[in-house]
Each structure stands twice: as structure tokens, then as C-alpha cells.
Write a new protein. Structure first.
Length: 87
């Protein structure tokens, strides 16, 4: 397992479940410079789950992102992978 992966990314998962996600790779940097003609958040409703114990992405930043898209927001006491630990 990548050193620190469990503590930073998925602390509330078991070591075994964390190992299953250890193959995750970084996102291709080119996606950050891409543009779209029509932003979806302007036309459809959005939901956002803030992981309050996230150490991979600051929860304050998550709240900011949710506010930017006017999302219905839920907070879960979880690490970054709340979709795995709190399905």
C-alpha cells in the first residue's frame, strides 16, 4: 500500500478495504484546463457530500465547492471516501 494512503485518504475504512483502493491513480492534469460551453450546475440540481474528516481535500474547500454550485449539502463524519464508508 502507498505510504500514508490509509491515514490521509480513507482512515475510516479497514486496512483491507483501503488496500482495495490503493490502485487509484492521479487525474490527468489536462482536465483542469478544459472548458465547457454550458455549465451543468446552472441547469440541473446538485447534491454534495462534505466529508468532515477529509484529509485529502480540506472540508472548508468542499463546503466552498458546494456553495459555488448551490448544492443541497450533507455533511458526514468521514474520510475522503465517504461513498465507500457510508454508502
Amino acid at each position: 500500500m502507498v505510504r500514508g494512503f490509509h491515514d490521509v485518504f480513507c482512515k475510516n475504512l479497514s486496512e483491507g478495504d483501503a488496500r482495495d483502493g490503493d490502485h487509484a491513480k492521479p487525474v490527468c492534469g489536462g482536465v483542469f484546463g478544459a472548458s465547457v460551453a454550458n455549465a451543468a450546475q446552472k441547469t440541473i440540481p446538485w447534491w454534495y457530500v462534505v466529508s468532515s474528516q477529509d484529509q485529502a481535500l480540506n472540508p472548508e474547500l468542499e463546503r466552498f465547492y458546494a456553495k459555488c454550485i448551490d448544492a443541497k449539502t450533507t455533511e458526514i463524519k468521514s474520510s475522503h471516501v465517504s461513498f465507500l464508508s457510508h454508502p
